[in-house]
Design a protein around this ligand. Structure first.
Ligand SMILES: CN1CCN(C(=O)c2nonc2N)CC1
Length: 244
């Protein structure tokens, strides 16, 4: 996958291009990254890429022309989907990340200041995506969160091919609890079933714990999900236990 970020702060992306599973995957050629700075496309000597909002109001707005020129430069390198990170976008979900992971490329437009000229959204953006109902200083951190969520779904990026499949939301449920050594920590022991060696029992326990956690913390996810007969049986058991 080829990912380009249209950003004033390309250096920020070193946190995922030079570290962790995403950094190793880049080194292994599983994806490529370039930053495109709209300031190099400013049509003034001082490189202005923002201006005051028409109609007044606080802050500055990023001008359409330098951003459009930067997007065109990115599109000269690939035909990726152009995504603007914005609180006004559709929520980033596992389902959306899985959809994006199938594409050959992404062009992620990272706004700063109070936002970008609306006409750029109309002329050059394919899709707006939000990482949550809150506001951060710019689109770079949301872009990196989207990149990380997408890249971990690309075959080979995660060391253990099963890891992504066990992530929360991968199967529509929250993840089950996890334990490692020591067996006892501050008087709390690892559940005996996890040390039983009985893989069928362990799988059933993990599914029950994921269902219980989802029911208690995110019942909305269960409302959207078709349950298997085993999941229905376990959920009936959990609901009965919660009532007792
Ligand atoms: C102009 N800039 C404002 C701040 N911003 C976000 O808060 C954001 N992006 O994606 N999800 C979000 N929430 C990005 C765009």
């Amino acid at each position: 996958m080829y990912i380009q970020a249209v950003t004033l702060f390309g250096e920020m992306f070193r946190s995922i291009t030079e570290h962790g599973v995403t950094g190793r995957a880049l080194q292994r050629g599983l994806w490529q990254f370039d930053a495109v700075n709209p300031r190099q496309f400013a049509d003034n000597k001082l490189g202005y890429i923002d201006d005051r909002p028409f109609g007044g109001g606080p802050g500055m707005i990023m001008m359409a022309e330098p951003l459009q020129a930067a997007i065109h430069a990115a599109k000269s390198q690939q035909n990726g989907r152009v995504i603007y990170l914005s609180p006004q976008g559709a929520p980033l979900t596992h389902r959306k990340a899985a959809e994006l992971a199938k594409l050959d490329g992404l062009i992620l437009v990272c706004g700063r200041y109070e936002g970008i000229d609306e006409r750029l959204l109309t002329s050059s953006i394919d899709e707006e995506i939000s990482i949550g109902d809150f506001v951060v200083s710019g689109g770079e951190l949301p872009a990196m969160m989207l990149m990380d969520a997408v890249l971990r779904l690309i075959p080979g990026v995660l060391g253990d091919a099963d890891s992504a499949g066990q992530d929360s939301f991968a199967n529509g449920l929250l993840d089950c609890p996890h334990y490692t050594r020591p067996i006892e920590f501050q008087g709390m022991a690892v559940p005996a079933v996890l040390r039983s060696g009985n893989h069928a029992l362990i799988a059933e326990w993990r599914l029950e714990q994921a269902l219980r956690r989802t029911l208690l913390r995110r019942p909305d996810l269960l409302a959207e999900r078709e349950l298997t007969p085993e999941e229905s049986r376990l959920l009936r058991k959990i609901r009965q236990e919660e009532r007792d």
